[in-house]
Ligand binder design. Structure first.
Ligand SMILES: *[C@@H]1O[C@H](CO)[C@@H](O)[C@H](O)[C@H]1NC(C)=O
Ligand SMILES: *[C@@H]1O[C@H](CO)[C@@H](O)[C@H](O)[C@H]1NC(C)=O
Ligand SMILES: *[C@@H]1O[C@H](CO)[C@@H](O)[C@H](O)[C@H]1NC(C)=O
Ligand SMILES: *[C@@H]1O[C@H](CO)[C@@H](O)[C@H](O)[C@H]1NC(C)=O
Ligand SMILES: *[C@@H]1O[C@H](CO)[C@@H](O)[C@H](O)[C@H]1NC(C)=O
Ligand SMILES: *[C@@H]1O[C@H](CO)[C@@H](O)[C@H](O)[C@H]1NC(C)=O
Ligand SMILES: *[C@@H]1O[C@H](CO)[C@@H](O)[C@H](O)[C@H]1NC(C)=O
Length: 651
């Protein structure tokens, strides 16, 4: 009897428990216009953090700070090209360890809104799509193009089973999963593509998970972006009339929770445009209005982080984003607490409980000071160590992808077919150079061609003189129709009236050469030809510095400043810190996280300066400071009366 009774109670408990949602559940309640978590009404207050823009050692610190701000969720993209750089070779280790990131979020007490793409925009190279997709020259990305779909299916077949155990109903932190990204802003409007993705996600993740789409807050965007069976959400910034901005979502999604998937806390930057700032007051006010309405909000970004290496994207007309993705977010690029952070925390406090206890402090920064840099080889001098595969020859120029190179730099070499005794124009058609070409003739720097900005330079020299053109990929377009962004010389160049032909092209593995310390000093026998005052051929510089003894808690984070330099790329101990371009701005310093520094050996700084350092007779130096400068006056050498990015309308 007693036994039986216990049995009954247990059974009742199980039934009762389940009906209350004791086995985890996360659903859309269409009757009451809200989400339900384990049966309870639930409103999320989330913040975007991209693990791919933050060193792994700092993930926990940043997540804790987000938790302490009162957020109950985070949102992240998964950049496909970061995990599958070479077709079929996946990398989920170290800084790319997505599962570790998901576990940390859960440990800290945060739910996760996952946005696995395949396209993510995100001011990330090619919107997260791998450049190798362009091997098929006429591929229609983000559509039912069979080659695109085959690659997507293969990738999702790897990614989605990996994240399935992390779904909320399976005991993990992921409450919702986004399909594609702002598809309604893309020209293709291929509903079959969205239906295919929807089925694909369901087949791997099951019927329970809430799948959703995000589009600009306008019916025009939602038209091609939303489809049946995917919950439609919108995105808009603090400048919008919140009530009006949610109306398009309501029209498409008459019932269910209001969701702003990207509420802009700041905005992106471009080289040559002013640094974007959005006031904390404005952000706090609009956030408060949305929370009062019971809307679910994701703050994009809560911490922007850094486009290390070559990962930045670009908008059109072509304008690349800088290395810093600070975004004027509530936590700075380096994870520092800001006035905006505390303003947001105060707003959240009015609507929900904010955790008590100390907030992890801003990490200290250290000014290691100036480091003398010695000139090493030029790129042209170092081809034997830079071009491991050796050159490829062809009559007409080939692109990066033709030579199986995704990022960085490629060298195109040919000879002058005739005597150019008077200045002769070397020209590309509009958009023929992707993205910047540093031209020299017999070792003498003669000029720079730049995508849709500088289409012609003058050249002089004898027939047979060697023409070296180093072409820089400054980041692939990540938004709009032009995401099929081939790199290199994508058109023929002309010299006077003639087509330049017979190219020898060097694919360059600069990162590998830097990592292995292969770049040497210039051989004494090789004298630099006298260069024009304002330009010299792309060259490497090297220097090193020792972390001082006897100061506690070193190494600490720092910023590298290259005041007397022009444009290029920086590595520290082989880690590619990113691009610098102080002559254009607005970013003047690059974030250097402490984890790449060493106390055991001198730290090696390598700089590839593309235009020529402006050190004069002094030795060239770089400086490590403790203060970031992201908002210097922009020195645009071209007119910028143009609109860059339609979403600016939604601010
Ligand atoms: C995978 O990515 C990590 C983090 O960027 C990197 O350290 C590692 O070398 C990569 N592994 C391979 C095999 O490329
Ligand atoms: C905001 O939009 C709503 C709905 O369209 C409208 O009724 C209201 O007047 C607007 N508020 C302001 C301040 O413009
Ligand atoms: C090239 O030289 C010609 C003749 O000296 C001059 O008229 C022209 O402006 C120059 N073009 C450029 C782009 O410097
Ligand atoms: C270069 O010109 C040749 C001959 O006109 C043409 O066949 C080729 O497609 C051109 N290449 C590019 C990249 O435009
Ligand atoms: C290009 O190379 C071919 C074959 O080597 C040669 O016949 C031709 O004259 C070259 N053209 C130029 C402009 O040098
Ligand atoms: C810097 O380069 C030197 C010389 O190659 C090497 O001994 C040292 O270990 C390097 N430093 C670091 C931190 O890797
Ligand atoms: C740049 O930002 C700093 C720090 O936020 C601020 O003190 C300074 O006034 C800003 N300068 C400009 C030119 O906006």
């Amino acid at each position: 009897m007693l036994l039986l009774r216990t049995g009954c109670v247990l059974l009742l408990l199980m039934l009762f428990g389940r009906s209350l949602g004791e086995s985890p559940s996360f659903t859309v309640d269409y009757q009451n216009d809200c989400f339900r978590k384990d049966g309870e009404k639930f409103q999320y207050i989330s913040g975007s953090i991209h693990y791919n823009r933050i060193p792994r050692v700092y993930w926990k610190d940043r997540l804790l700070k987000m938790y302490m701000a009162g957020l109950n969720a985070i949102q992240t993209y998964v950049p496909w090209n970061y995990h599958e750089e070479v077709p079929g070779l996946y990398n989920f280790s170290g800084d790319r360890d997505l599962e570790h990131f998901l576990k940390l979020a859960q440990d800290v007490g945060l739910l996760v809104i996952l946005r696995p793409g395949p396209y993510i925009c995100a001011e990330w190279d090619m919107g997260g799509l791998p450049a190798w997709l362009l091997k098929k020259k006429d591929i229609v990305l983000r559509s039912t193009d069979p080659d695109y779909i085959a690659a997507v299916d293969k990738w999702m077949g790897k990614l989605l089973p990996m994240i399935k155990p992390y779904l909320y109903q399976n005991g993990g932190p992921i409450i919702t999963v986004q399909v594609e990204n702002e598809y309604g802003s893309y020209f293709a409007c291929d509903y079959n593509y969205m239906r295919h993705l929807s089925k694909l996600f369901r087949s791997y993740l099951g019927d329970e998970v809430v799948l959703f789409t995000t589009d600009g807050a306008g019916l025009g965007y939602l038209k091609c972006g939303s489809i049946q069976d995917l919950y439609a959400t919108v995105d808009f910034g603090p400048g919008a009339n919140v009530t009006a901005a949610f109306e398009p979502q309501r029209q498409v999604q008459p019932h269910g929770p209001l969701v702003n998937s990207e509420f802009y806390t700041g905005w992106l930057d471009h080289w040559g445009s002013r640094h974007s700032v959005v006031s904390p007051t404005q952000v706090a006010k609009a956030l408060s209005e949305m929370l009062l309405m019971g809307a679910n909000v994701n703050l994009y970004m809560f911490i922007g982080g850094t486009n290390f290496g070559y990962w930045n994207g670009a908008n059109t007309p072509y304008a690349a984003q800088p290395t810093s993705y600070d975004y004027d977010a509530p936590l700075t690029e380096a994870g520092d607490l800001t006035e905006k952070y505390f303003a947001i925390r105060e707003v959240i406090k009015m609507y929900s409980k904010v955790p008590e206890g100390p907030i992890p402090p801003t990490t200290p920064k250290y000014a290691y000071g100036a480091v003398t840099m010695k000139k090493l080889q030029t790129v042209s001098d170092a081809l034997d160590v830079l071009s491991l595969s050796g050159p490829v020859k062809s009559i007409h120029p080939q692109t990066f992808i033709d030579l199986n190179q995704a990022f960085g730099f490629m060298l195109y070499r040919t000879t002058l077919p005739m005597d150019c005794t008077t200045p002769t124009p070397l020209s590309s058609p509009l958009n023929g150079v992707h993205d910047r070409a540093y031209v020299s003739v017999d070792g003498l720097a003669v000029g720079i061609l730049e995508r849709d900005k500088v289409l012609s330079i003058n050249v002089t020299g004898k027939a047979g003189s060697q023409v070296d053109i180093l072409v820089e990929n400054m980041g692939r377009v990540n938004y709009g129709k032009q995401i099929n962004d081939f790199k290199g010389l994508v058109s023929n160049l002309t010299l006077g009236a003639d087509l330049l032909t017979n190219w020898t092209m060097y694919s360059l593995s600069i990162d590998e050469a830097v990592m292995k310390g292969l770049l040497g000093e210039k051989e004494l026998a090789l004298f630099d030809p006298p260069q024009p005052a304002d330009l010299s051929p792309p060259a490497f510089y090297g220097g090193s510095f020792v972390i001082p003894d006897g100061i506690p808690d070193l190494p600490q984070d720092t910023y590298i400043k290259l005041s007397s330099w022009r444009k290029g790329q920086i590595w520290i101990n082989g880690f590619n810190v990113g691009r610098y371009w102080p002559t254009r701005g607005p970013q003047m310093t690059l974030f250097v996280p402490a984890n790449i520094l060493s106390t055991a050996a001198p730290n090696n700084v390598t700089v590839l300066e593309l235009e020529g350092a402006l050190c004069g007779s002094e030795p060239c130096t770089v400086e490590f400071t403790n203060t970031p400068i992201l908002n210097a006056t922009v020195q645009s050498d071209y007119k910028q009366h143009r609109r860059l990015f339609v979403k600016e309308d939604l601010l």
